[in-house]
Design a binder for this molecule. Structure first.
Ligand code: T5A
Length: 224
């Protein structure tokens, strides 16, 4: 039985791996929770997790990365550290869940490295491809939502959510131009992989975004 007492999802085929991506303040955490609730209501066992983080070692790497500890070492080193965190997250959290038939909803994953470190950090595409191959070792999301909204709106939301007196983190503190280019980078990722990536208008009210995501998930995986 699943955690909510419903029959397991095995009859629906393999457990799905769904990621939520996009710029700052797009509502990924909000939508991850909303999607998990709807999946559980449909009788599916689901784990929500996030990157960087999602395992004790990866959470420790997260803290240092977002504090800007490695910024002076350059984008390549930061990309390697995001990859190190991802390897541990995959090994200790994501793969065991999927193997046990539990669906995984992850707030950010490899597309964030492609967008933040790849497109904006101008890393050699060959280096990024190799890093991605080694890190993911064949595990890729089945479905990815790109939560798309104007950079200014997302940054404003992120600022409103921060505790008073807390400074913006390593990436929130980048320029508006950086965040506008980031939006473009995520849209390009979606255009390059249309069967995996779905762009959602994240400037809509949260419940409308949740509905758009659920319509796609329920249609894609036959949960109607
Ligand atoms: N990073 C990450 C890399 O550079 N490379 C990588 O490989 C990876 C994995 C992670 C940082 O690390 C970088 C990217 C990031 O900069 P983080 O703290 O996890 O840092 O930051 P984010 O992932 O950007 O998440 P945020 O917490 O900023 O935003 P979310 O999760 O997108 O948004 P959420 O749900 O917390 O909502 C923000 C606020 O907006 C409200 C919410 O209530 C909340 O107050 N909100 C809405 N308001 C109006 N309308 C809606 N539709 C709303 N949805 C949410």
């Amino acid at each position: 039985m699943t955690s909510n007492g419903q029959p397991p999802s095995a009859g629906r085929g393999k457990a799905a791996f769904i990621t939520l991506e996009g710029g700052e303040g797009g509502g990924k955490s909000t939508q991850s929770k909303a999607l998990a609730e709807r999946l559980r209501a449909a009788g599916i066992d689901v784990l929500t997790t996030r990157e960087p983080g999602g395992s004790p070692v990866a959470e420790a790497i997260r803290e240092a990365l977002l504090a800007g500890t490695f910024k002076s070492l350059g984008t390549k080193v930061e990309a390697l550290l995001f990859a190190a965190a991802r390897i541990d997250h995959l090994d200790t959290t994501i793969k065991p869940a999927l193997e046990a038939g539990t669906w995984v909803v992850c707030d950010r994953f490899h597309d964030s490295t492609r967008a933040y470190q790849g497109s904006l950090g101008a890393l050699d595409p060959g280096f990024l491809d190799l890093l991605e191959r080694v890190t993911l070792a064949g595990i890729k999301p089945d479905l990815t939502f790109i939560l798309d909204l104007p950079a200014k709106t997302g940054l404003l939301r992120a600022a409103q959510r921060r505790n008073p007196g807390t400074p913006p983190d390593r990436f929130e503190a980048e320029s508006l131009d950086f965040h506008q280019k980031l939006r473009k980078a995520f849209r390009e990722i979606a255009a390059n992989e249309p069967s995996r990536c779905v762009i959602v208008d994240a400037a809509q009210p949260a419940d409308e975004v949740a509905k758009a995501i659920w319509d796609t998930v329920s249609g894609r995986f036959g949960l109607g």
